[in-house]
Write a protein that binds this ligand. Structure first.
Ligand code: BTN
Length: 264
């Protein structure tokens, strides 16, 4: 059993300062020293009726996971590991993952002053290296009761496995100075409150516009999509209003809504 603990002061103070920008994320923050996965803890809370906006954060994860069944290395204190409980209206669901990527990019930039890029759907990059990622998990395919939106940000260079170390970076490696984690959490949650508010209020077009600016370096590039059956090559043109990636291929244009996209 994981027992939650008091929020460390550096987080409490930064969140209190940002309280008027946190929306629902100001209500309840559950902190763990060590959990398997904050997404699992948040899902358990959501199953028990936790309100929209409940936040779960941890110092370390023993079974952090990423998209496509990958492991998300989560050494103690080396990153920010955070999950939120959302109860979105059905028409906001498809764009959630795009909005979350935008929010993490904006939060990082606001807290650390580092310009970052997005790759579809929501990978956060500094140049060729990945800094942060988002994992959205819905309670069901139909009749979604809740979505757990988790994000992980590499803060410190850490003992990542070699296959990850070559392709990953961290805020402190990029900046060459310590980063205020409390501010980072507060700014990411404030940005998430804003972008989720955009979706709830029917401003998905605004979120798409911000995403396109952040993804400019990857749009127009050749991609390979691991389609069921055989991979499909094409050019990543844009996203549509649902957040799907529009890929131009020799056989016409396709909409990619899930699965692995490799940038070539
Ligand atoms: C990815 O890019 O593959 C997504 C990574 C998401 C990692 C975060 S860390 C907090 C939350 N808990 C998890 O187990 N995963 C997400």
């Amino acid at each position: 059993m994981n027992l939650s603990q008091p929020l460390p002061p550096e987080f409490g103070e930064a969140l209190a300062r940002a309280a008027d920008r946190l929306g629902a994320f100001a209500r309840e923050i559950v902190w763990y020293a060590d959990v398997s996965s904050t997404n699992d803890e948040a899902a358990a809370l959501a199953e028990g009726g936790a309100a929209e906006g409940t936040v779960v954060a941890a110092y370390a994860q023993s079974a952090g996971r990423g998209r496509q069944g990958r492991v998300w290395a989560s050494p103690a204190g080396a990153g920010l590991y955070v999950s939120t409980v959302l109860r979105p209206p059905p028409d906001a669901v498809s764009m959630l993952t795009i909005a979350a990527g935008v929010a993490v990019a904006e939060g990082v930039q606001a807290a650390a002053g580092l310009r970052v890029d997005l790759k579809w759907p929501n990978d956060v990059y500094v140049g060729p290296r990945k800094l942060a990622g988002v994992l959205a998990e819905a309670s069901a395919v139909r009749d979604i009761q809740y979505v757990i939106l988790g994000f992980g940000i590499n803060v410190m260079p850490a003992a990542y496995p070699p296959e990850i170390a070559a392709r990953a970076t961290s805020l402190e490696a990029e900046l060459g100075r310590p980063v205020d984690r409390g501010l980072l959490l507060a700014e990411c949650l404030a940005a998430l409150a804003r972008r989720y508010g955009d979706l709830r209020d029917g401003r998905g077009d605004v979120v798409c516009g911000v995403w396109r600016m952040r993804a400019a370096a990857s749009l127009g590039r050749r991609v390979r999509w691991a389609a069921p059956g055989a991979p499909i090559d094409g050019t990543a043109d844009d996203i549509d209003a649902t957040g799907a990636l529009i890929v131009r291929t020799d056989a016409g244009t396709i909409r990619v809504t899930s699965g692995e996209v490799v940038w070539m």
